[in-house]
Design a binder for this molecule. Structure first.
Ligand code: ADP
Ligand code: ASP
Ligand code: MG
Length: 406
């Protein structure tokens, strides 16, 4: 008998019929002799609706209260799924993150798991029950509920698979696996049979929301192979694991995109040591995550510093940057809220040359202007106009012939 951890995303549990479908899939796995722990997201659209509701009762919801509110989405779907399983004759119990023993640091809206205390889950499994766990949430030492950030339900099954030493971790979603690009943007995107953790991490960190990056980090750290597959079909999915570096190093294997990018440029920053630290310290204290940071060469003792943040963080970042610009004696600042980014990713890129040049050429031919460029060993990213992102993704997918099996 194998212990498997499964996860079903928001679209997969979006209504009563879909919840019954998921219950049947879990029942089938149990009937095949497996012990099942199933993690669920909130029913599709619920988290957005709860955020919207919070905005109707106050200007800026308190972090703690917002976390408690958002955690209810996953609790609703887990209780409903347990009921649907019982209805078809399978013993099941639902647990909130807290009841499932998921402990986190005290950081609302982006909490990290510090420990998983699996006692209750193990007790329920010993009674031959399917254990349904509400994803995306945990609890602090003070018993305050926390959440992991948008898309964070993916983190729960990987953490549970590690702690329970599960034989498999299966992520069921609304596409059949990980593709060479978002199949909703590129109609001929190709499903990958296999992808290495480091490549998936780059894709996920740069917008491929099929998996949350922290789930991949955790999987890589503890060497948990993760299967991504459809909750609506039995088509074979994509296996994410450590792979074999030399044999499988592909050149460009995938494209990620993100339309949630905003840019701030601080002009004429005096070229003195310590001013960049002064500019960025208050942003960091406010928990604003910087993506790209670029400083150009100084001219006559002044340089421009440009950085990007997510669109949601732009207002807070602007409120902080305005006063700091005066304090450090810079000329002024401007922002652009409507940007996006496209990235090419592939393990083989670190040993080859010319990928960046090919990328810039393809974007030029598609008449996409590049605003900023960043790279890692296995990725090159261009920041472009948000409206041009879909075109840019399709142009790159064509330029690197990603629809063709290697
Ligand atoms: P879930 O609710 O199951 O967590 P998400 O909406 O978070 O599902 O993630 C699945 C979506 O990720 C797909 O519908 C697809 O549009 C998007 N996606 C983006 N990039 C990729 C990719 N490279 N491969 C597969 N799906 C991708
Ligand atoms: N319900 C949360 C969200 O919508 C977490 C998740 O679905 O992964 O972001
Ligand atoms: Mg998701």
């Amino acid at each position: 008998m194998a212990l498997i951890v499964q996860k079903y995303g928001g679209t997969s549990v979006a209504n009563a019929e879909k919840i019954r479908n998921v219950a049947r899939r879990i029942a089938d796995a149990q009937s095949r002799g497996d012990q099942v722990v199933a993690v669920v997201s909130a029913m599709g659209g619920t988290t957005d609706a709860l955020i919207e509701l919070a905005g109707q009762v106050c200007d800026q919801p308190d972090d703690r209260e917002l976390d408690l509110l958002l955690s209810t989405g996953e609790i609703v779907s887990s209780a409903l799924l347990a009921m649907a399983l019982r209805q078809i004759g399978h013993e099941a119990v639902s647990l909130s993150g807290s009841q499932a023993g998921i402990r986190t640091e005290r950081s609302h809206g982006r909490a990290r798991i510090t420990a998983v205390q699996p006692g209750r889950i193990q007790k329920e499994l010993a009674k031959s029950r399917v254990v349904i766990v509400a994803g995306f949430q945990g609890v602090t030492e003070e018993m305050d509920v926390t959440t992991f950030g948008r898309g964070g339900s993916d983190i729960t099954p990987v953490a549970l698979a590690v702690q329970l030493r599960a034989a498999r971790c299966e992520i069921f979603t609304d596409v059949e696996g990980v593709y060479t690009a978002d199949p909703r943007v590129v109609s001929n995107a190709r499903k990958l049979k296999h992808i290495r953790y480091e490549e998936m991490l780059e894709l996920a960190s740069h917008g491929a929301k099929v998996m949350h990056p922290r789930a991949i980090e955790l999987g890589a750290e503890f060497k948990v192979p993760i299967l991504v597959a459809s909750s609506f079909s039995d088509a074979p999915g994509t296996l994410i694991d450590g792979g074999e570096p030399e044999k499988e190093a592909r050149q460009v294997m995938g494209i990620a995109h993100d339309i949630d990018v905003a840019k701030v440029t601080v002009r004429g920053v005096p070229d003195h040591p310590g001013l960049a630290a002064k500019l960025f310290a208050p942003l960091s204290e406010a928990g604003i995550r910087l993506d790209t940071v670029v400083q150009n060469a100084s001219v006559e003792g002044k340089a421009d510093i440009t950085f990007t943040v997510s669109y949601q963080d732009l207002k807070r970042a602007s409120d902080i940057v305005g006063p700091t610009v005066l304090e450090i004696g810079a000329h002024g600042w401007v922002s652009d809220p409507n940007l996006g980014k496209v990235s090419i990713v592939g393990s083989g890129m670190q040993s080859g040359a010319g990928y960046a040049a090919d990328m810039f050429k393809a974007l030029h031919e598609a008449e996409v202007n590049i605003e900023l460029i960043t790279t890692s060993g296995i990725r090159t990213t261009c920041i472009v106009d948000e409206a041009k992102v879909p075109e840019a993704v399709r142009a790159l997918h064509d330029a690197f012939s990603l629809e063709v099996e290697e």
